[in-house]
Write a protein that binds this ligand. Structure first.
Ligand code: 4NP
Length: 150
């Protein structure tokens, strides 16, 4: 069964494209359809921010082909799981949810409780790309452990 997962942040140029690409890079053998989107529309059509592109490339993760888009109502039917990067994303996702849809929406850091992190800090503002990627990698591992067939 293919699982379709949408990663969501605010701008779709820093955290969620990184989450999408990290999970894609580690999803060997799993049939996953992955995408990312922002709750805001400021950066639609733009590539991920250069600092994150560089930091991810140093870890072997290629973000260069990704382009930002905004989450749309159809996403709640298209995807089996929606994953937000921080509690504010979760509030926005729920506010945008079309009535009658029940696609689960979860906070990415819930997949890595061992980190003690409550959210993925926004490296677009903090410039701590390494810290954000460390957490994204830990959450990706946890997500893949949860969805991998046993
Ligand atoms: P992201 O970071 O949500 O991780 O993509 C942001 C990038 C840009 C803006 C906000 C968040 N912005 O307001 O321009």
């Amino acid at each position: 069964m293919t699982r379709a997962i949408l990663f969501v942040c605010l701008g779709n140029i820093c955290r969620s494209p990184s989450a999408e690409a990290v999970v894609r890079a580690r999803a060997d053998g799993l049939s996953l359809s992955l995408d990312s989107a922002g709750t805001g529309d400021w950066h639609v059509g733009e590539p991920p921010c250069p600092g994150m592109v560089r930091a991810a490339a140093a870890r072997g993760i290629d973000l260069s082909g990704l382009r930002a888009r905004q989450i749309e109502p159809e996403d709640f039917a298209r995807f089996d799981l929606i994953i937000g990067m921080d509690p504010s994303n979760m509030e926005d996702i729920e506010a945008l949810r079309p009535p009658g849809t029940s696609t689960p929406a979860r906070l990415f850091t819930d997949y890595a409780p061992e980190t003690g992190a409550s959210h993925i800090p926004d490296a677009y503002f903090t410039r701590d790309y390494e810290g954000a990627l460390d957490l994204i990698e830990a959450c990706a591992e946890g997500l893949l452990r949860e969805i991998a067939p046993r």
